[in-house]
Structure formats: structure tokens, C-alpha cells
Design a protein around this ligand. Structure first.
Ligand code: NAP
Length: 363
């Protein structure tokens, strides 16, 4: 059979039409993302002399955000739970951004002891912090208790950021003008608030609804913290990065991962997913804007009703303070978990002398 007869067969004809349609669809999705995304290249914000902390900086959106912050001159602390993965990301970010101001901090956000230890070292190294991006998160886990008695998903996605942000509050305020960016998800609208979920109890959850609920708690926390920080120069907002093809589904079964991979054709890549987070971190027009939730198109939108309720927010705040012992003094070296903050060029942990930080909790 000649090539011409193969090409002119109905199967080939239908196949090529389908292929062209898929490619056109992909092209239009790319154009749509480009058109609707904030124009990062036209943002002139320079971060020389500023300090930024990004959690979950070794992968996906966190890595892309860290790279852009480093490219703009910031000293970036890559807060990662795995030293190995963190070091690899650090080397890649350094090569891409040509920055020599990168530090790696080890912290497991599901462990309060690890967060306290990390915060202690961090505050010794960086008395002023201009930007905190609470990006790290997990999904795809069933209810699982950590050794500290917290639910793993809620601990990583909500309680951890709550504790870390509160411990760093003094350094954020000392910076004069600082931003906290909470990376949320459109999935928050599928969640509901039940404080008992924090300790692995409460109303039963459908598959992966713990992720949705944890992101809803983050939205409630964003509003409450913004209210508490009013007048301090620290703003706090949350943002949905949109659907991006990253490692976020790595704890799901292979069938879900294959589906995610197939659909990734139409998703953003990590760099595009980072743009809304960078908008909240960099855009000058957001100076003084606080307590807001932004969509993946960088537009202010209302969070779900439950996250707007001031009574719910206060109750959640009180419970979170109690669970994290934030109202009790910080005892250095106490607790499980390890954290190190190491300068790029040193192979061992550098412990700088300094006073022991105390939590910045205000009633
Ligand atoms: N991708 C999307 O479509 C999408 C959509 C909506 C919202 N988001 C949000 O975007 C953020 C970034 O996610 P991503 O898509 O970039 O996913 P990712 O590639 O899986 O990155 C998640 C990061 O969080 C870290 N992490 C997880 N558990 C941790 C812990 N206990 N302590 C410290 N770090 C921990 C991971 O570290 P390891 O590498 O060590 O696991 C990784 O660096 C998340 O908040 C996610 O909820 C993503």
C-alpha cells in the first residue's frame, strides 16, 4: 500500500483531524493562561536586601516561586522537609537565578516540634522577614494521626502554617512592611469547618475532603490574622494558583495519577501556577491590601461563607492556639523533630548565637 493511500484512508483522515483539534485546543489553553495570567515580566519589584521564606520550595509551585524571588535579589530560605530534595532544588534554583543568597532550612510542617526548632534557627539567622509564602501542602491521605496527635493533612496544610506564621510574626513586623501569602485552592469551596478534624476526629470526610477542609481553614485563618495584624505593616492574603501539573497528586493511586497526567495537557505548568502566588508576593498595587482571597486569575473573590464568619474564625483561632501551645513559652530544644538552617556553602549546621525567640501571641 502506498503512503498516499494510507494518508487518504478515512481512519488516517479522522485521526489527523482529531490531532489537529487537540493541538488547537492545547494552543488555546496556553493562550488563555497567557492572557489571563498577571504579566510577571512587567513587574519591576526588586527584592534586593529582602528576606523571603517559602515552604515546600523543593517542588512544583514553591520551587518556581523561590526561583523568581531569588532572581529578583531576595535572600530566599527554602523551607523543605527533605534535606536531599532541598539541596537538589537549591542547586537548580541557584543555577537558574544566579543567586548566591539561598539558604536551606529543614522543616516538617506536620510536626510542631520541627516547626518550633526551625523557627528558632530562622529567627536567629533572619531577624527581619519581608515575605512568608505558606505553600507546602499534601493531599491524598486518609485520616492519619501524627505522633503529636494531629491529623497529618490538617497539620501540614493548616496547623503548621498557623504555628509557623505566628512564630515568625515578630520578624515580619520588624521588617516594617511584610507580606504573608497563603497558598490555598479552589477546592476550599468543597470543604466545611469542623475543628475536631484537626485531631483526626469530627464529622466523617469523603475521599480527599480533608484537603478541601484544610484549605478552608487556611482561608478563615487568613481573614482572622489580617484583622489581628491591622496597622502593623504586615498584610496577609490567600490565593488559588489554579490547576497546575506538579507532584501534588503523588500520594494518590496510580489510576488518579495517570488521569492527572493525561489531563495535564490542558493544565498550567509549575511556572504558570506560580504566577498568582508571585502576584500576591510582588505586585505593588497590593500594598496595604490584606485579608483577601484571590482567584487564579489574580482577582479578589469572596472565600466560602464559612471562612467569612467571624465567630467561626475566633473559635478556630482559639482552638489552634491551644493545640499548638502558642500561649505557652517556647522552651529551646524541647520536643521531637529536627531543623537546620544552613548557609549554601557550609556542610554543617551553623548555629548563630542569639536570644531565644518567644512566640508573638497576642490575645
Ligand atoms: N497543583 C495544583 O493543581 C494545585 C491546585 C490548587 C492548589 N495548589 C496548592 O499549591 C501549593 C503547592 O503545591 P504543588 O502543586 O506545587 O505540589 P507539590 O509539587 O507536591 O509541592 C508540595 C510541596 O510541599 C512540600 N511538603 C509536603 N508536606 C510537607 C511537610 N510535612 N513539611 C514540609 N513540606 C512539605 C513538598 O515536599 P516533598 O517534596 O518533600 O513532599 C513539596 O515541596 C499547595 O499548597 C497546593 O495545595 C496546587
Amino acid at each position: 500500500m502506498s503512503l498516499w493511500s494510507v494518508l487518504s484512508s478515512p481512519v488516517w483522515g479522522a485521526g489527523s483531524v482529531l490531532l489537529i483539534l487537540v493541538l488547537l485546543l492545547r494552543l488555546s489553553v496556553r493562550m488563555w493562561h497567557k492572557f489571563y495570567l498577571w504579566d510577571l515580566q512587567h513587574c519591576s519589584t526588586d527584592l534586593t536586601g529582602k528576606t523571603a521564606v517559602v515552604t515546600g520550595a523543593n517542588s512544583g509551585i514553591g520551587k518556581a516561586v523561590s526561583q523568581e524571588l531569588a532572581r529578583r535579589g531576595a535572600r530566599v530560605i527554602l523551607a523543605c522537609r527533605s534535606r536531599e530534595r532541598g539541596q537538589q532544588a537549591l542547586a537548580e534554583i541557584q543555577a537558574a537565578s544566579k543567586s548566591s543568597h539561598l539558604l536551606l532550612g529543614e522543616v516538617d510542617l506536620s510536626s510542631m516540634a520541627s516547626i518550633r526548632s526551625f523557627a528558632q534557627r530562622l529567627l536567629q539567622e533572619c531577624p527581619e522577614i519581608h515575605l512568608l509564602v505558606n505553600n507546602a501542602a499534601v493531599c491524598g491521605f486518609p485520616t492519619t494521626l501524627t505522633p503529636e496527635g494531629l491529623d497529618l493533612t490538617f497539620a501540614t496544610n493548616y496547623t503548621g502554617p498557623f504555628l509557623l506564621t505566628n512564630l515568625l510574626q515578630g520578624a515580619l513586623q520588624r521588617a516594617g512592611s511584610a507580606r504573608v501569602v497563603n497558598v490555598s485552592s479552589f477546592r476550599q469551596s468543597h470543604g466545611y469547618i469542623d475543628e475536631d478534624h484537626l485531631v483526626g476526629a469530627g464529622r466523617p470526610l469523603a475521599f480527599n475532603q480533608n484537603y478541601d477542609c484544610s484549605k478552608l481553614l487556611l482561608a478563615s485563618f487568613t481573614g482572622k490574622l489580617a484583622q489581628r495584624l491591622r496597622g502593623t505593616g504586615v498584610t496577609v492574603n490567600s490565593v488559588d494558583p489554579g490547576v497546575a501539573y506538579t507532584k501534588i497528586m503523588k500520594h494518590f493511586s496510580w489510576s488518579y495519577r495517570i488521569l492527572f497526567w493525561l489531563l495535564s495537557f490542558f493544565f498550567k505548568d509549575s511556572k504558570q501556577g506560580a504566577v498568582p502566588v508571585l502576584y500576591l508576593s510582588l505586585a505593588k498595587e497590593l500594598d496595604g491590601i490584606s485579608g483577601k482571597h484571590f482567584s487564579s486569575s489574580c482577582v479578589i473573590t469572596l472565600p466560602p461563607e464559612a471562612a467569612q464568619d467571624p465567630h467561626v474564625a475566633q473559635s478556630l483561632w482559639n482552638t489552634s492556639v491551644r493545640l499548638t501551645n502558642l500561649d505557652k513559652p517556647l522552651v529551646p530544644g524541647l520536643g521531637r523533630g529536627s531543623a537546620t538552617l544552613r548557609p549554601l556553602d557550609q556542610g554543617v549546621c551553623r548555629v548563630l548565637p542569639g536570644r531565644t525567640p518567644t512566640p508573638q501571641y497576642r490575645d
